[in-house]
Write a protein that binds this ligand. Structure first.
Ligand SMILES: *Cc1c(COP(=O)(O)O)cnc(C)c1O
Length: 409
């Protein structure tokens, strides 16, 4: 048995880096006395730096990843009842904005080995009412964007990329968030870089950029000759204090990603030959930036599958998540029971019946994915010692669980 050690956590200072750079930026920000981004320069600097970093024409900071997705959906300006195709394996923050904008989230299935949506699963969901396709690059591994963009082009449907988990992820040498029409990022506590809460929206399209900017700003036409509030929109602005922290965090991003990719590769090597587990299947021609590291557990080899392996690892202090979000998003009350505005169930009252058909047979891949996936917490502060600890504990747990089976037989 290995000595128990504790792994860095992205929930506190053990696995987050706020140094003199963040402190100095916050100090400078406070010294200006200007904490709103409508007057200050930190958020503007973040937006310019982030756009330049990933090669997008425009980037806008906002208050959360959920807000970023809301901006993206609102920029497409769907009619009530229009459909946005998306994944059932995601954060609820990627789904509620669709409903708030009066659109219907239409779930498509995922590949059970990459956990991502594919051109084939999306194609089955396209209808005359499809207004957008939202792809989520889950865990830092990109969706196979070539065929997805080709499908979207054929149908003239804009693609939104949810990049909350995929900073600096590339597909065919292009950063995600610049491949579709709009990219959405989150700066929430547990993401690659963080301001506690926060988000960024990217686009290369000038008209969409204008709508995103307006949506963040109560649709007030700053700088216009006859400025007005042009349409219904919230205040989703990021404050200058968070902008200051984000500028400093962005300077760390390359190192964060480099470390996560390197240690993930080390774990994959260390787990070679362990029976019953599949290490991450990385999309071809891509860089997976490992927001999390997932194992796919084969219960025919490891009795009890992901739940049993997860329980064994938790005994070693490895706070993994068997089954990730436990159930597909459409099994959550908000969507299953259509709990929206008062008792109206709007906008689901406008949905085609097929758009809300969550029969299990339509989601074989998603159910299969959740039944097998074991999500390991991942962190840029992992050292070789941490990787050895993870690998040894996984090996030992698998050995224990598989031998138990032999004894029982
Ligand atoms: C975190 C996350 C969001 C929501 O971001 P918040 O900043 O928590 O609002 C959306 N989509 C995905 C895939 C996420 O991981």
């Amino acid at each position: 048995m290995t000595n128990r050690i504790s792994l860095p956590s992205d929930q506190d200072a053990t696995g987050r880096t706020f140094g003199p750079e963040e402190l100095e930026a916050v100090r400078q920000c406070l010294a200006t006395g200007t904490l709103t981004s409508t007057k200050g320069n930190f958020v503007k600097q973040l937006e310019a730096s982030f756009a330049a970093k990933i090669g997008a024409k425009f980037a806008y900071a906002c208050s959360s990843g959920t807000a970023a997705v809301h901006c993206a959906v609102a920029a497409l300006n769907p009619e009530p009842g229009d459909e946005i195709i998306t994944t059932p394996i995601t954060d609820m923050g990627a789904l509620t904005p669709i409903i708030y904008q009066g659109a219907i989230p239409v779930f498509c299935d995922v590949d059970p080995h990459t956990y991502n949506v594919t051109a084939a699963t999306i194609a089955r969901c396209i209808s005359p009412r499809t207004r957008g396709i939202m792809v989520t690059h889950l865990f830092g591994n990109p969706c196979d964007m070539g065929p997805i963009m080709e499908l979207a082009r054929q149908h003239g449907i804009p693609v939104i990329e949810d990049c909350a988990q995929s900073y600096l992820t590339t597909y065919r040498d292009q950063y995600v968030g610049t491949i579709g029409k709009i990219g959405c990022f989150s700066l929430q506590q547990g993401k690659h870089i963080t301001t506690g809460e926060g988000g960024i929206v990217t686009t290369n399209d000038e008209a969409l950029a204008r709508r995103i900017f307006l949506f963040i700003n109560k649709a007030w036409g700053y700088g216009d000759a006859n400025a007005d509030h042009y349409f219904v929109a919230p205040n989703y602005r990021m404050s200058e204090l968070l902008g200051a922290v984000a500028v400093a965090q962005l300077a760390r991003l390359d190192a964060v990603v480099e470390s996560r990719v390197r240690t993930a590769a080390a774990l994959t090597t260390a787990l070679a030959g362990v029976p019953g587990i599949e290490t991450p299947v990385i999309t071809p021609n891509s860089v997976h930036t490992f927001w999390k590291y997932c194992l796919r557990v084969d219960e025919s080899v490891i009795p009890g599958g992901t739940v049993a392996l997860g329980a064994a690892l938790k005994d070693s202090g490895i706070l993994c998540a068997p089954r990730y979000i436990q159930k597909p998003a459409f099994e959550c009350q908000v969507i299953k029971n259509q709990v929206t505005f008062g008792t109206s169930r709007w906008p689901f009252t406008l949905a085609r019946p097929e758009a809300t058909d969550y029969s299990r047979c339509n989601f074989e891949g998603a159910w299969n994915a959740l039944e097998h996936v074991l999500v390991l917490p991942w962190n840029e502060k992992y050292t070789d010692e941490h990787i050895t600890y993870l690998a040894e504990n996984i090996r030992n747990a698998v050995k224990l669980l598989t031998t138990k089976e032999v004894v029982r037989n």
